[in-house]
Design a protein around this ligand. Sequence first.
Ligand SMILES: CC(C)(COP(=O)(O)OP(=O)(O)OC[C@H]1O[C@@H](n2cnc3c(N)ncnc32)[C@H](O)[C@@H]1OP(=O)(O)O)[C@@H](O)C(=O)NCCC(=O)NCCS
Length: 437
Amino acid sequence: MEYIKQKLLKKGEEERLVVKRLISEFGSTVLESVNIDQVLTGMKGITGLLTVTSKLNPNTGITYRGYTIPEIQQKLPKVRPEGEPLSEGLFYLFLLNEIPTKVEVDALSREWVSRSELPEHVMEIMDAMPLTSKPMTQFSTAILAMATESKFQKAHRDGLHKNDYWNTTFEDVMDLIARLPVVAAYIYRRNYKDGKFIPPDPNLDWAANFAHMMGYDSDEVYRLFRMYMMVHADHEGGNVSAHATHLVGSALSNPYYSYAAGMLGLAGPLHGYANQEVINWIFEMQEEIGTSDTEEEERAKIEAYVRKTISSGQVVPGYGHAVLRVTDPRFIAQQLFAQKYVENDSLVNTVNLLYDIVPPILQSLGKIKNPWPNVDAFSGSLLMHYGIKEHFFYTVMFGVSRSLGVLAQLVWDRMYNLPLERPSSETLEFFKQKAGI
Ligand SMILES: CC(C)(COP(=O)(O)OP(=O)(O)OC[C@H]1O[C@@H](n2cnc3c(N)ncnc32)[C@H](O)[C@@H]1OP(=O)(O)O)[C@@H](O)C(=O)NCCC(=O)NCCS
């Protein structure tokens, strides 16, 4: 992977100087003012981070290094022209801001397979965990257990120069990304299948290998996994998993610690856990409303159930977003995938029906900023369709995908020598005083 490192260093040294110059020469340039409501509602809309891998536009959705999801699907290398892009290509793009060739992507596939072996103690630790512990608990514990392998931590202890932080961070990131699908598949098979470990196939790409190690070997599932990894890979820097990874990384904690922190954030119901919640919620709804004789009757029952969810003080999972103000393009990408490959699946049909029913109801509340579906509203129905029915596992799959973006960003954080993140906080008295109350 020396050529990737050389390219990275060349770009990195140039950009590092830009960051340095921005701080020293333009440091006092005012970006925007900050309002009380922004601080008290989760710092929404405050520009407080430098993230190069992706950018979220409220009205058009995510772009990965400037490319929209449809552009990514079109431009990145694939196994077959009509298929889904390979995750390796996406990581390459995040890291180097270049569309790779198929040859470069294949080299990365082989590299990740070669780095994918788990240390023995990681499997022992996973084996020791009770099956009652949540898959995300097992996943983040295994990530922490892998920190024994951190090359960054060792080099830092040995007196690493700060301009070289990126190098061993890159090595850790490569090892971590290579091993995450192995860890996740191990958890899946131990918790839900026969517990037998399926080793990676050196001829498969990263996403297809993940499906293979979970025990799903078909072109359709490989294609689904490539699409799934692509839509979940990154969502700029302020979302909880990306921000937590960056924040903990800013303390120069090793990449394993940093990513485990991100995963603990992803496990929350307002973030990555929502993909499980969507399926739970739909199943509970179906159980409660039963069958209907006409579509009209079904719609009426669903509407009533949505209203009941809201009036009991709960959110409709899979709807709303802290930044987006339109239907999430990642939802649309999955919907198009379903239109192309999935024929008449009742759960997928229900998800489509909800897309019709839920937004007007949420809009009528008059308080929600975005009544449209997000990425989580669709993903579970596709996984269910292909036989992956263990919805408590879905956030782990999200977690594997998210590594592509946030760990590429962690390499850049270290390349730029970004310092310890340390915003200031104020007491309630301060805000009362500012408001004059
Ligand atoms: C994503 C989410 C956390 C964004 O939160 P947010 O930025 O605070 O959202 P808003 O500013 O639009 O919230 C305004 C109000 O609408 C409510 N609201 C937001 N999304 C809602 C939903 N899906 N169902 C019902 N009410 C919702 C909020 O609870 C809030 O009510 P309150 O003022 O009584 O507290 C929120 O929309 C949500 O909880 N969605 C469901 C969970 C989900 O899908 N998460 C995955 C996100 S990718």
